[in-house]
Design a binder for this molecule. Structure first.
Ligand SMILES: [Zn+2]
Length: 310
């Protein structure tokens, strides 16, 4: 079995204003990193445009209309202080959702053991009716809903190791008792949510805030002692991952001190737990990561760990 890599050059046409950290060059850095011979065995697939109905699993129709209507014919348009769209953003956003859905389908069909969806815009900050934090649609929450509602899984877990709290995923899965959402994140930091006391409508949300400057050793303890036991106890039939690489020490937007090897470690451990409870079924999707060199290296480490587990 193998690992799918799901991408599309439409990600290059989602353009943000000059100097914006969530930039086109991020996609190039990842593609360059995954172009090495070590990744020849990846099952490379194109992210399809999703059906509108997929987005509607998590977002109201008027919100989807509002995003589509905001797409400019040239230049960029601000949706809030951080979040922008350009003429190519609509296709890119639909392919980001479509890639995550295709990853779920491929893993559940048994075509591949696991999958990594490297698309932008990212998704974990997008709430039901609010674009924010560079995100338009809740890519990973939509994928979770597809796994539950379309494929009939009884339970899925979402693990979010991006340095920022996945407020959007939390919002979209808050009342979904079939989904466990676990997030480690720096606090205080944008978006400000993610306190340990936020536990979901059914106890299905697990937030583990980390102090600034937390390094890999404490992160590993957090995963070994808190997050991974919770995932295992939930007995998910698939594990979805919001893979943000901005907890890296080199990242300009945050102050955690994870190393490239820490991203390999957390990926391996997530895959090990998935191996114990759900035949290794893991769907991972790109979220943040803003130092281009660190992003490339950490993504390569993530991809390598996924391939070793497949
Ligand atoms: Zn982030």
């Amino acid at each position: 079995m193998t690992t799918a890599l799901i991408t599309h050059p439409a990600s290059l046409a989602h353009v943000t204003p000059p100097g914006h950290p969530e930039q086109v060059a991020r996609y190039r850095a990842i593609m360059d990193a995954l172009d090495a011979e070590a990744f020849d065995a990846l099952d490379r697939r194109e992210a399809p445009i999703c059906e509108r109905a997929e987005i509607l699993r998590c977002h109201p129709a008027e919100y989807v209309d509002r995003i589509e209507a905001a797409i400019p014919s040239e230049g960029t348009q601000a949706l809030d202080a951080d979040t922008h769209v350009s003429p190519g953003s609509w296709e890119a956003a639909q392919r980001a959702v479509g890639g995550c859905c295709a990853a779920v389908d491929a893993v559940l069909a048994g075509d591949v053991t696991n999958a990594f969806v490297a698309m932008r815009p990212p998704g974990h900050h997008a709430e039901a009716a609010r674009a924010m934090g560079f995100c338009l649609f809740g890519n990973i929450a939509i994928a979770a809903k597809r796994a539950l509602d379309e494929h009939g899984l009884a339970r899925v877990a979402v693990v979010d190791f991006d340095v920022h709290h996945g407020n959007g995923t939390q919002d979209l899965l808050w009342s979904e008792e079939r989904a466990l959402f676990c997030s480690s994140h720096q606090m205080p930091l944008y978006p400000g949510s993610g306190a340990a006391g936020e536990t979901g409508a059914h106890g299905n949300v697990l937030n583990v805030p980390l102090d600034p400057m937390t390094g890999g050793a404490e992160m590993r303890r957090t995963y070994d002692d808190v997050i991974l036991p919770a995932v295992a106890a939930f007995e998910p039939e698939m594990v979805l991952v919001s893979a943000g690489f901005d907890a890296h020490a080199a990242d300009p937007l945050a102050n955690l001190n994870w190393t490239t090897q820490d991203f390999a470690w957390v990926t391996r451990r997530i895959c090990e737990v998935a191996g114990e409870v759900c035949d290794g079924r893991v769907v991972s999707t790109l979220e943040g990561g803003y130092d281009l060199d660190a992003l490339g290296a950490a993504t390569a480490a993530h991809g390598t760990a996924l391939m070793e587990a497949a």
